[in-house]
Every structure is written in C-alpha cells, then in structure tokens.
Design a protein around this ligand. Structure first.
Ligand code: 2HA
Ligand code: ZN
Length: 275
C-alpha cells in the first residue's frame, strides 16, 4: 500500500492540520512524531526505501532500536502537511544501536526530520517504557494561552497543575498525574530533551516556558485531545485573570478528592495544597 493511502498517515496528517487550524503552528512552529506499529510498517513497506544514509540522532535511544516513526520535517510548516505531505513529513527508521536514523519515505525536496527529534525520541523512549508500549504519539505545539501563562505563573509543576485543574472540571480526569514545567532552555538540543524526558517519567504533559507544550499519548485522538484540553483550560485562566485579576471562587481541594473518587482517578496530594 502507498504510505499516503494508509490510515495511520491519514490520521497523522489530520492531527497536524487540526493543530494548524487551532492557531498553534505559526510558520514552522511545532512538531509531531508517531511510533508506528509493526503491522503499519508492513502495510506500507513496499513504498519505503532503505538506501538513504544513516545519520546521527544527536542522542542515544537504544529502547527505540529498529522502530519506525512518522515525523514532521525540520523547517516545514504544519499548514503544508495536508496539501504537501511528501514534502513536509518523513518516515524514519532507527538503527539497531539507537544512535542513528535514516529517511525511508518523504522529504522529497530534501531536509531533515524535526529539529526537536532528540526531544521527541527521548520522550518516546521513556513513554514506551513506562506505558508498556501503549503511548505512540509525541506532540509539540505553540499553544498560545499556555505560553502566556508562563509569563505570569510560577514555573513549577505544582502551580501549573493546580491552576489548570481548577479551570475546567474535566481537567483532573484528563490529566490526573498533572503537568511538568521546563524552565526556559535553548530548543532543539540534548539538554532540553533530557529535562523534558525526565518529566515524562511521571507526566503526559510538559510545559516549555515561553515556548509551548509537549504532550504524549496512545493515539492521535487522545494526544490531540490532551493538548486541546490543556490549552482550553489555560485560555479560561487567561480570560479570568484578564477580567478580574483574581478568582472569586474556585474548585476546592476536597472537591477534587470527591471528583477523583467518582471518576476513578488518583490525584497526587502534593497538588491539593491549601491556598
Ligand atoms: O520550529 O517548534 O521548537 C519547530 C519548533 C522548535
Ligand atoms: Zn517549538
């Protein structure tokens, strides 16, 4: 089967386009990667090439040896994923050492996979391990309201988790483990990849101060839905602070505990502090 006819590529393209339509991907902002299932690779194998040179990933991900990923391209625009997928995206294979990759499909006009490939792959490696292989999607988006909040909230996991949970009742159910925060760092390199992947041991969402978010999930629906929920919550907080500068009332710690019981999630007590 042709890559472009496969359900997995169609799903990847739709998610990229959804993110663009939300306004989270100005110019070449953001990136998306998907760890393919073996049967998805087999389905399109006849449309892949295996003669491109191996190139350095820039970090070591032995836990992903031999895996195939669909990835957006470095410098490519989410706006162009739907009309020009073969120019904007790639399928890459990781070598048996987990130190190199090669392009097996796409980027027909040249280029490389996303500049955040080290972050994406280190996050994938952590998430593959801690979820027993369930998580397959890593998504980085320049979510406007989350970014705005990184200029006014303390840059702590506690502050962001609690504020985002308070802004919409579904939030603690959608991201019960909370969100982690990475202070401002130079994007694209190994240091920010290490900091983010450390947070991914316990969270599915990492906020990058003054930059955006990273989300991890099992499939495109869950991962896009997670980013969408977090950003919507941030938007409500931005609106609330813009109206009044302070909340008159909000969800209380015991109400979160009641919610956790009824919705069968466990909320870490360290986020349920008295204010
Ligand atoms: O331009 O978003 O973080 C892609 C990015 C880098
Ligand atoms: Zn970015």
């Amino acid at each position: 089967m042709k890559v472009l006819e496969s359900a997995v590529m169609q799903g990847f393209m739709r998610m990229a386009d959804d993110g663009f339509c939300q306004g989270w991907h100005e110019r070449n902002g953001g990136n998306l990667t998907y760890r393919m299932k073996p049967e998805e690779v087999e389905q399109v194998r006849e449309d892949l090439r295996f003669d491109a040179p191996w190139q350095d990933i820039g970090t070591s991900v032995p836990g992903l040896a031999g895996e195939f990923f669909i990835a957006t391209g470095s410098g490519k625009y989410f706006r162009n994923v739907m009309p020009f997928p073969e120019d904007s995206c790639a399928i890459v294979e990781i070598d048996p050492t987990g130190e190199k990759y090669r392009i097996c499909w796409g980027l027909v006009n040249g280029g490389r996979p996303t500049s955040e490939l080290p972050s994406h792959l280190m996050n994938h490696e952590v998430k593959k391990r801690v979820t027993g292989g369930e998580h397959r999607v890593i998504y980085h988006a320049h979510t406007t309201n989350v970014i705005a909040l990184t200029f006014v909230l303390p840059l702590t996991d506690e502050a962001f988790t609690r504020e985002l949970w308070e802004m919409a009742t579904e939030c603690p159910v959608v991201f019960p483990s909370g969100v982690g925060v990475v202070p401002w760092m130079v994007p694209g390199g190994r240091d920010i990849a290490v900091a983010t992947s450390k947070l991914m041991e316990q969270y599915d969402v990492a906020v990058w101060a003054h930059h955006g978010i990273f989300c991890s999930g099992a499939d495109f629906d869950l991962t896009f839905g997670l980013a969408h929920t977090v950003e919507k919550s941030a938007e409500i907080l931005v609106k609330t602070l813009s109206m009044t500068g302070a909340k008159r009332q909000t969800i209380q710690p015991d109400q979160f505990r009641d919610l956790a019981k009824d919705f069968h999630v466990s909320l870490p007590e360290r986020f349920l502090f008295e204010k």
